[in-house]
Design a protein around this ligand. Structure first.
Ligand code: G16
Length: 550
């Protein structure tokens, strides 16, 4: 049914540039109170509409993770799209689209791009975080050239435009005319679930479930709840209750929707407790991250990427093999070893999913992943939490082995990259900048120095030249490589909204035949001490312990 909202008028609102609208690792993330200021969201959205590529009759996708302020910004974005020449908007029912589902909708319906409203794993609510990200026509996050142009536009904006119409009903499927622009409220889950069913052997997984395979999935009161209920419980037959915290809440139930040992501790307790199910997983605020836990074993995101790549041929979509594997620089080199054994290229990119887009579009990589709990493939142009869970389930259904055995066999074949990330959150920005500045200044003198018995072989600040378009990204993190292959990486997060977060990435490679069943903190103890010695973490920040270890 098509209904019309009458007498729309385009309002042109005078505005001024607002400082600080520079997108970070993944879009513009700020406190809700910042976003709710007059003109704040409008300035940013108008800047997007002013600079992005879109032809006549363009379609825009809009969806978010359901956090507080989502509906308000969606309604305003619809009014602005209508005044800015879009012919059609596709919006998820209730304003809900997970990030990978939004990527799929952009691709499937030939949209010119999409606004994804999310601050990912950051907490939600009136005093918490909000975010806006723009994805381009390939379904992926806007590359740096586009985000930089958006930012430049925010520094010179003088007006924004919207039509003068009432809010639309976001909860009812159907098409509404808004000032001559068609707004279609679409099912948030259907297209995504159909895509998953094409990629994976749902029959094999259903048979495994019928044969006793059990799992626990924590949706963390975030966007994946409806997707997980539909796919895991309804289509694959896992018992009702397999999905916990499955109702998206505007404040995520007061928790951080960040799938790690700290914020998903209940899942860890289940998976390490008596009567643990075979498989445990969780996803984040917007559904692009994943956490994988077997019975009694945590699989690091870096290892998960490597294990998925090594076993991907067991799922129908990847039965023909992989073209290449890409990982972000701080992600462990475990995936490189798989690429080597498969005889395919391995790519090392800066942190940020946007850097994978060109490799995927050019057919140079099939599977990508990051230490920050993101894994995905060329099926969309975002990382995809449930995709990773389903690929694991497909592999478990075919191999009929516990996660712990699959991991042990993997390490026996490739060696093991012991790995951890230590985050120091909420640091004063000056202290964090001073630490990084001092470290950068010392790079030339570090090689040859010994810390905790570890000799530094090379030290540099990572720069990346995109092999497809030749664009160069510099200052992407300090790498300290030790003789023997261990490594420490230091970088500042680009996704926080309060102060600065220092991330310290620690990696030790244990070759085939070595100690492959050790405890990670023990195996990394000398590197942890060396990190403080090299960077002066305690001296600069006053912190002797990280806030979060993942
Ligand atoms: C975003 C990016 C990821 C990145 C992560 C952490 O994820 O898409 O590529 O690895 O942030 O970035 P940083 O270390 O700069 O905080 P998400 O899930 O937050 O959108």
């Amino acid at each position: 049914m098509t209904s019309t909202i009458a007498t729309p008028q385009v309002i042109t609102q005078a505005t001024q540039p607002i400082a600080g609208q520079k997108p970070g690792t993944s879009g513009l993330r700020k406190k809700v109170k910042v976003f709710a200021q007059p003109n704040y969201a409008e300035n940013f959205i108008q800047s997007v509409f002013d600079v992005v590529e879109r032809g006549d009759g363009a379609t825009l996708v809009i969806g978010g993770d359901g956090r507080y302020h989502n509906r308000t910004v969606i309604q305003q974005a619809i009014r602005m799209a209508a005044a800015n020449g879009y012919a059609r908007v596709l919006v998820g029912q209730g304003g809900i689209l997970s990030t990978p589902a939004a990527s799929n909708v952009i691709r499937q319906y030939g949209a010119s791009g999409g606004l994804v409203l999310s601050a990912s794993h950051n907490p939600g609510g009136p005093d918490e975080d909000f975010g806006i990200k723009y994805n381009i026509a390939n379904g992926g996050p806007a590359p740096e050239g586009v985000t930089e142009a958006i930012y430049q536009r925010t520094t010179e904006i003088t007006e924004w435009r919207a039509v003068d119409t009432a809010d639309i009903d976001l909860d009812t499927l159907g098409v509404v005319d808004v000032a001559g622009m068609a707004v279609e409220v679409i099912d948030s889950v259907a297209d995504y679930a159909a895509l998953m069913e094409k990629l994976f052997d749902f029959g094999a997984i259903r048979a495994a479930v019928a044969g006793g395979l059990t799992m626990s999935f924590d949706a963390m009161h975030a966007v994946t709840g409806p997707y997980a209920h539909e796919i895991l419980e309804k289509r694959l037959g896992f018992a009702p209750g397999t999905v916990r915290n499955g109702v998206p809440l505007e404040d995520f139930g007061g928790h951080h929707p960040d799938p790690n040992m700290v914020h998903a501790h209940e899942l860890f307790e289940t998976m390490f407790g008596a009567d643990a199910p075979d498989f445990g997983a969780a996803s984040d605020g917007d559904g692009d991250r994943n956490l994988i836990v077997g019975r009694g074993i945590f699989v690091t995101p870096s290892d998960s990427l490597a294990m998925l790549a090594a076993n991907a041929h067991l799922a129908p979509a990847y039965a023909g093999g992989l073209k290449g594997i890409a990982r972000s620089m701080p992600t462990s080199a475990a995936a490189d070893l798989v690429a080597q054994s498969l005889g395919i290229p391995a790519f090392e990119t800066p942190t940020g999913w946007k850097f994978f887009g060109n490799l995927l579009d050019a057919g140079m990589a099939t599977i990508c992943g990051e230490e920050s709990a993101g894994t995905g493939s060329d099926h969309v142009r975002e990382k995809d939490g449930l995709w990773a869970v389903l690929l694991w389930l497909n592999i478990l259904a075919v191999r009929k082995q516990p996660v712990a055995q699959i991991a042990a066999e993997h390490w026996a074949k490739f060696g093991r990259n012991y790995y951890a990330r230590h985050d120091y959150e909420g640091l004063p920005t000056e202290a964090a900048n001073a630490l990084m500045g001092e470290l950068n200044g010392a790079l030339a003198t570090l090689p040859g120095q010994v810390f905790e018995g570890l000799t530094i072989e090379t030290a540099d600040n990572f720069a990346y030249t995109d092999p497809v378009d030749g664009s160069i990204s510099t200052n992407q993190g300090v790498r300290i490589l030790f003789v023997g292959g261990s490594r420490i990486v230091f970088r500042l997060s680009g996704t926080g909204t309060e102060g600065a977060t220092l991330r310290v990435y620690l990696e030790r490679y244990e070759p085939v035949g070595g100690d492959l069943a050790g405890e990670t903190p023990v195996k990394l103890a000398d590197l942890i001490a060396a990190a403080d010695g090299i960077a002066g973490i305690a001296r600069h920040t006053g912190r002797t312990e990280p806030s979060v270890i993942t």
